[in-house]
Design a protein around this ligand. Structure first.
Ligand code: GLC
Length: 820
């Protein structure tokens, strides 16, 4: 079953059948304000923190789906019939895709609803009884306001008198207080109306306000939710819309909303444009200025709303232009050039806590997730990457390990301080020393992800001096970035168990494998990978002692991997604290795990033969038409020496689901092994794009990766869960661009070393790097997967295998690579 399609030229996904079984969401906002918005208008906004800065309310796990939202209602004042621009919440009958609605039909007729999710915006369109309405929702780059650009067109041949109304339900700004402490939230906030602006205030905290305004003075309004909706009603049939008029009353206390209601008259063919604003800040400090800026829709030559929309489009185009691919694989092109980049950026900018499944009740950053996510967007978002890397460095302890979940503000000397007033609704500032956890809460992998991310950042920017920058450890001790990286490696060198393999500690990448004093092969492999990255900078910096020290450690790890961790056809996962092997053919359950199989290849510590054998085992034992399972067979017997994974239902999450994130790593391994067909087969199996017409199985949106898909042990095999907030996007982006297409960076140049399907004739990549443009064309006349026969740079022969040196800023370089 199909609910929509990719409009690749527009970078949009178009939903042309609105009754999608689950919400298909988009993320708006690039700076301070974020909105998670579904294809039918449900969703919520927050300012900076999804835990403490809620603007609009969302009822998680509610029925009907995704309420409330950011809604525009329309009402035909001739007969009182009403509908919504975004199909829900009124939810009128709709025509099948490809069918025209009847413009002359009477109340309750079928209309047509289309949603376009784009990069940073969502556009709803309704065509109902001769009224064509568009509601484009976006957050401008530099204003803390969400705009709804609404155009209502009369496509019928009679004069129409309509009411157009906004509706959004305000939330108490701290999600826990909003959900639990009603004796605070209900009595500590109020609303007022003046000069066309509804202001929502927090009386105990006179620096926090939200507002709703519009480009024209409304004829009535509602700022008390229960006045707008009415008792025993829902957003589907609000009494104010049914009546065609708001109560125009506001008050202190209770539940609040932003509904501004406009009466309009449209001649046949006439269009009326209205802009609604949902903003952060008070009426006086922000609302009036924003209202003035965005009210010029009729008079200005280029209204501010159009100018800002174009700036947003340009912002995303500039990111896309940093790296564009053109391959024979349409799905790869569409996903890499727009959706996977967008998803990877979303995880870096908004962290991994706000969706419709994780509804934002957490604050700050997950260490390992952020340390991985930043790696894939350095080229498209160097500023945010640098900020995140600094935040991560400040949350590293002087012992080398990291704080697993942390709030960067707690360690940032320049963090904004809230006024110190005795309000019971303010979350107390924690004592930094209390935030530094001990070894019992430490994960064995968190710190290792950071090392290659910093090295990639240096390669992208050429800023070797970044390694000399002083950034304090969490305890406050000063250290250079280089020293931070060295300590991370030292920590892992110290935390080694009796078999010479890394200690498991609280968990590693797999949150549910809690090996404690047991040992983890994954972390040993990651350690090798991080050491290699470190050596890439230690060598040119002339740190000979470090080079010797870490080359020796790498050799030690290679030896341990060889002698302890190879199981015959794949790598074991480790040992329990009782010394029992896990992830071995000798086990009854969990004989093979996915997440560590690729790393010996990626870290360069194993042979081609073992690399291929492990990938073949992954394909054979973990593979499926929807991607690779995380382990096999699923655990059914509780064993706490293995971990929480043995208490998880078989076929979901970490217990034998198709966990998306580690599906990217075998793609990299296969590419490094030179097996391009196998690499792209792995990529294709889990590619959401391929599931566009299989939504009855998949459920989730086909343009975003999800955390996991139900595995074959579950009756819902293939069903996709937890969209958007997953490291999969970043890693898939890296796997395709740097390893399948093979365009990656050395410290001193650009490397092109593809591993592609043999039937490809070639492909093109446009890459911006350090202010120069590289137009890369790869030709594959011999139909091989891997192996560079010749290279030319601006028409001049270049030695294959040597990096193409950085070109002067402003230049365009043509690189032609012939495989063979
Ligand atoms: C979740 C966590 C991530 C972890 C993964 C596997 O996605 O956010 O940190 O690596 O689960 O357990």
């Amino acid at each position: 079953m199909r609910y929509g399609f990719f409009d690749t030229d527009a970078d949009e996904y178009v939903i042309d059948r609105p009754d999608v079984p689950v919400s298909w969401t988009n993320y708006l906002g690039t700076k301070n304000m974020c909105t998670v918005l579904s294809h039918h208008g449900g969703g919520y906004s927050y300012y900076k923190s999804s835990q403490y800065g809620r603007i609009s309310r969302f009822r998680q796990n509610g029925v009907p789906l995704d309420r409330p939202g950011h809604y525009v209602y329309l009402r035909d004042d001739a007969d009182g019939d009403y509908w919504s621009a975004s199909w829900q919440p009124v939810g009128k009958p709709f025509v099948e895709p490809g069918t025209e609605p009847d413009a002359e039909a009477g109340p309750g007729a079928a209309g047509r609803w289309t949603t376009r999710h784009g990069m940073g915006y969502t556009r709803f369109r309704s065509e109902y009884r001769g009224i064509d309405t568009e509601q484009t929702v976006f957050i401008p780059l530099d204003d803390d306001v969400e705009l709804w650009d609404v155009r209502v067109t009369n496509t019928s041949d009679r004069v129409r008198e309509l009411t157009v109304a906004s509706y959004v339900e305000f939330s108490f700004h701290t999600i826990t207080i909003d959900n639990q402490n009603l004796q605070m939230s209900l009595y500590a906030s109020g609303s007022s109306y003046q000069d066309g602006i509804i202001e929502y205030d927090f009386y105990y905290e006179p620096w926090t306000f939200h507002y709703v305004a519009s480009s024209e003075t409304p004829s009535s309004y509602d700022s008390l939710r229960d006045n707008f909706i009415g008792a025993y009603r829902t957003e589907t049939n609000p009494v104010a819309i049914e009546r065609g008029e708001g109560t125009s009353k506001s008050a202190t206390t209770q539940n609040h909303c932003g509904s501004l209601q406009h009466k309009i008259v449209l001649q046949p063919g006439e269009t009326k444009r209205l802009v609604y604003l949902l903003g952060y800040g008070s009426r006086d400090a922000a609302g009036r200025a924003m209202q003035a800026k965005y009210s010029d829709v009729e008079s200005a030559e280029v209204p501010a709303v159009d100018r800002e929309f174009q700036r947003l489009r340009d912002y995303w185009h500039a990111k896309q232009d940093k790296l564009r691919i053109r391959t024979p694989h349409e799905g790869m092109n569409t996903m890499i050039n727009s959706w996977t980049l967008l998803q990877a950026e979303t995880c870096v900018v908004w962290s991994r806590f706000a969706s419709f499944v994780e509804v934002g009740g957490r604050n700050g950053l997950g260490y390992r997730d952020t340390a991985q996510d930043v790696m894939s967007v350095i080229h498209s978002n160097p500023t945010k990457t640098r900020q995140r890397i600094l935040e991560l460095l400040r949350a590293q302890t002087e012992q080398g390990y990291e704080l697993h979940l942390f709030d960067p503000k707690a360690f940032d000397p320049d963090a904004e301080k809230l006024p110190d007033v005795p309000s019971p609704t303010i979350v107390p500032t924690p004592n930094v020393a209390d935030l530094i956890h001990g070894l019992e809460d430490t994960c064995s992998d968190d710190h290792l992800w950071l090392v290659p991310s910093v090295v990639e950042y240096v390669k992208e920017t050429g800023d070797l001096a970044f390694l000399d920058l002083e950034v304090p450890f969490a305890q406050g001790t000063p250290a250079t970035v280089y020293e931070h990286l060295r300590r991370a490696l030292e920590f892992s060198a110290e935390q080694v168990g009796p078999n010479g393999v890394a200690l498991g500690l609280r968990a590693d990448w797999n949150d549910c494998l809690n090996l404690g004093g047991g040992e983890t092969a994954l972390v040993t492999f990651l350690h090798a990978w991080a050491i290699r990255a470190f050596l890439e900078v230690a060598e040119p910096l002339g740190r000979t002692d470090d080079v010797e020290r870490w080359t020796a450690e790498l050799d030690r790890i290679r030896g341990v991997a060889d002698s302890e961790l190879w199981d015959g056809r794949w790598w074991i996962r480790g040992y329990t604290r009782d010394g029992v092997k896990i992830g071995s053919a000798a086990n009854d359950e969990g004989k093979i795990f996915l997440e560590h199989q690729a790393w010996p290849v990626i870290a360069g510590i194993t042979s081609q033969e073992r690399g291929e054998a492990s990938m073949d085992s992954v394909r054979e034992l973990l593979g499926s038409e929807y991607g690779n399972h995380l382990n096999w067979p699923a655990f059914t017997k509780v064993d706490d020496t293995v971990g929480f994974v043995t208490r998880v239902y078989p076929g979901i999450k970490e217990n034998a689901a198709i966990f998306s994130h580690p599906n990217a790593w075998p793609i990299i391994a296969e590419a490094l092994l030179g097996r391009g067909d196998e690499a792209v087969q792995f990529y294709d199996a889990i590619l959401p794009y391929h599931q566009n017409d299989n939504i009855e199985v998949r459920g989730a949106e086909p343009y975003a990766y999800v955390q996991f898909l139900y595995g074959r042990d579950h009756e819902w095999f293939g069903k996709a869960q937890n969209p958007w907030l997953t490291g999969t996007a970043g890693w898939m982006y890296t796997a395709v661009t740097k390893y399948v297409l093979g365009v990656r960076l050395a410290l001193d140049g650009l490397v092109v070393d593809p591993s592609i399907p043999q039937d490809w004739d070639g492909f093109e990549v446009r890459r911006e790097w350090r202010d120069a443009v590289y137009e890369i064309e790869v030709r594959n006349p011999e139909h091989v997967s891997h192996g560079v026969a010749s290279v030319t740079v601006d028409g001049v022969a270049h030695e294959p295998g040597t990096p193409v040196p950085p070109a002067p800023a402003g230049s365009t370089v043509s690189v032609v690579v012939t495989l063979g």
